[in-house]
Design a protein. Structure first.
Length: 285
């Protein structure tokens, strides 16, 4: 007898809204019931060793990862005028922890076209992951949990591009890019079985982030547009929140409101929200 098809669950929300914590808690809850549950994402996929005798699509996802970061800082240089250098190979990029190094970089002169193009690489990676990684596991009966739906990063990069843009027509087209990606990510192929928009006030997310490390990553604020720190974080996340809410309502996702309650209570509240999904409840019974 063939296995019953699994279910996919995806979370969407601004940075530091608690999605990772909720995803891990959901994974543990389902696993404790004796059901195969897997956390899936582009970064997770790259960090997990695989059979190198079957390189597709891993090699392509590795190359896309490096190219995305190269585009994000495209045309930039340091305050001294030295061009920003991104390693050409994934191995150099990953083992050199280049992403962490970029977090503290002072960037000048990033071209708007770079982050705009990077957004479409997010879509390319999502298509590969869905077709070659997620779908086979769903057919095998696993429950797949995406802590961060691919639409999130694409939107962030387009908003960064919009902040950088000084060309009227290009600036207008970036809003059209967001609308187009909302339509594509809303397709039956890319939509999860259960979608949850984790809506957290940006200022609350900011205070949590500052309490954790005291600094923001290059993809959490508007460093590429010269707005580093708390002000850049709030501007980027507030813009993202508006787009995410519009997408969630368009796609018919449930909305989980984050209100700053204690962590253990917040996790239980979030779990109850996800597990209350009629589709998931019926699958688990």
């Amino acid at each position: 007898m063939s296995a019953r098809r699994g279910l996919s669950v995806a979370l969407l929300g601004i940075d530091n809204a608690g999605k990772s914590t909720l995803a891990r808690a959901l994974h543990e809850e389902i696993s404790h019931r004796g059901i195969v549950s897997k956390l899936v994402g582009w970064r997770d996929y790259l960090a997990t060793p695989t059979d190198r005798t079957c390189p597709y699509p891993r090699r392509d996802l590795e190359q896309l990862w490096v190219q995305k970061w190269s585009l994000l800082v495209g045309g930039s240089c340091s305050p001294s005028g030295a061009p920003t250098q991104i390693p050409r190979t994934f191995k150099e990029f990953w083992e050199g922890k280049e992403e962490l190094m970029l977090n503290g970089a002072a960037l000048e002169g990033v071209h708007a076209s770079g982050p705009a193009a990077a957004a479409w690489l997010e879509l390319a990676a999502t298509v590969l992951l869905q077709a070659e990684h997620i779908e086979p596991q769903l057919r095998a009966g696993s429950i797949i949990i995406q802590e961060s739906f691919g639409f999130k990063q694409a939107v962030k990069e387009l908003i960064m591009a919009r902040e950088l843009s000084s060309a009227g027509h290009f600036d207008t087209s970036l809003t059209e890019h967001i609308d187009t990606l909302m339509m594509i990510f809303g397709s039956k192929f890319l939509q999860p079985d259960i979608g949850v928009f984790v809506q957290c006030p940006p200022r609350l997310a900011c205070s949590w982030r500052m309490g954790q490390s005291g600094e923001f990553g290059i993809l959490e604020d508007l460093t590429v547009a010269g707005q580093k720190g708390e002000a850049g974080f709030l501007r980027l996340q507030e813009a993202c929140d508006q787009v995410f809410e519009a997408a969630a309502r368009r796609w018919g996702w449930s909305i989980l409101q984050v209100d700053g309650r204690p962590l253990a209570e917040a996790v239980r509240f979030g779990l109850d929200h996800v597990l209350s999904s009629q589709r998931l409840r019926a699958w688990l019974e």
